[in-house]
Design a protein around this ligand. Sequence first.
Ligand SMILES: *[C@@H]1O[C@H](CO)[C@@H](O)[C@H](O)[C@H]1NC(C)=O
Ligand SMILES: *[C@@H]1O[C@H](CO)[C@@H](O)[C@H](O)[C@H]1NC(C)=O
Ligand SMILES: *[C@@H]1O[C@H](CO)[C@@H](O)[C@H](O)[C@H]1NC(C)=O
Ligand SMILES: *[C@@H]1O[C@H](CO)[C@@H](O)[C@H](O)[C@H]1NC(C)=O
Length: 383
Amino acid sequence: MDTPYMTSIKIQDLTVWWTISLLALTYLLHRFLAVSSHLRHLPALPIFSITWSYICQEPDDVRFKRLIIPYANKHSEGVVLVWIFGQWTVHVVDPQIVYQVNGNITNFPKDIPPWDLLLIRFTGRSNIAMRNGEEWKSLSTIIREAFTTPIPIELFASLAKNLFHVINQTPLADDKGLKVRWNGLSQRFTLDAVGYSVLGYNVDAISTQTQFVKDYNMFMHYTNDPLYLALPIFEKIITRKHAFELVETLKKRLVDMLLAKRMDPGDDIVSFLLRDPSLTVEELRDNLSTLLIAGHDTTAGAISTIVYHLAVNQTAQQNARNEVIREALRIISPSSYGIPRMSQMATNLSKYYVPPNTAVVSNICGVHHSETVWSDFSGQSDS
Ligand SMILES: *[C@@H]1O[C@H](CO)[C@@H](O)[C@H](O)[C@H]1NC(C)=O
Ligand SMILES: *[C@@H]1O[C@H](CO)[C@@H](O)[C@H](O)[C@H]1NC(C)=O
Ligand SMILES: *[C@@H]1O[C@H](CO)[C@@H](O)[C@H](O)[C@H]1NC(C)=O
Ligand SMILES: *[C@@H]1O[C@H](CO)[C@@H](O)[C@H](O)[C@H]1NC(C)=O
């Protein structure tokens, strides 16, 4: 039976135990998160603000614009130390320094991120994005060749039609008018485009959302969790079993697609890669997952942002339309010259003396192609 005396001893024990644990944890965290001595001379973003940003699940660009860029600007620094991928990393914000780093693969070869990262589990480490030097060169040749296959314009146009159909079916009405959730739609549209062109497979993301699409989206959601990006070791501590299962499911799905394509090739990139008999299924799969993510995520983001900005600024939208139309009219003008004029009296046109009764024509085509007006004249298609 506990006497009051014994209980108080217990509480004291517990308090001491907790205090020691907390101190030890704080010390370990401090040791773990402190900038190591060989980097201490560099400007570092305070660990608390970064950690808070990760905890709040801030997306990269928001964190960069809110923390890193203002910090760099305020201190006039071209580089800032930032905690990411479980280590302090030098983030370069000065274009000259970027050039120095990216232009020197000998001194700055690519560093493979930790295997713990969910994304790396999916793409593997032997794909083109992670390779260096000669290996990278030979791989990029294969991929470049694969991309010389013609763009399936009709297919993309029909995907756009599907997209407009879905948009017309699902506007969300509110007091400000009709709205669509554009980021989701652009994401689905791009997945279909990449599915067809890279995998040669109808993912059907726009209209029906197959299991593959749901799994892929869920996987991307897990992949972009800022907490796990900041500390990949979390994957070992708070293991996301479902995420690992998803990775395996998706990889298996890619292999199934590969094997099916081997039987029934098309004019997609997978079929092109399959022509090289020396590649194993795993090698192909790793490159495929990389192409899938590289082709999808970035394109979906770009389309989403462009359309958003054109939607919120109708003036810019109108300008963009006008620009396209005007540029087309410039390259090949429907009418090459204007109606001739006849000078009525002696005139100086610039430094040229033109007597009376002289026919003068404005050469529209000539003006549209004058090198003195169009400085970036080269490379236009006006055949
Ligand atoms: C790469 O960097 C190293 C070390 O700064 C330097 O010695 C080398 O000349 C650089 N190479 C090139 C191609 O710039
Ligand atoms: C894919 O990855 C392997 C390495 O895993 C590589 O050797 C192979 O050439 C790669 N390229 C293509 C295009 O599949
Ligand atoms: C909209 O675009 C026009 C033309 O590009 C620009 O002048 C204007 O500042 C933009 N408006 C806003 C609110 O960004
Ligand atoms: C044209 O320019 C010349 C030289 O500047 C000048 O002498 C002449 O008067 C001008 N003629 C007319 C018609 O303006």
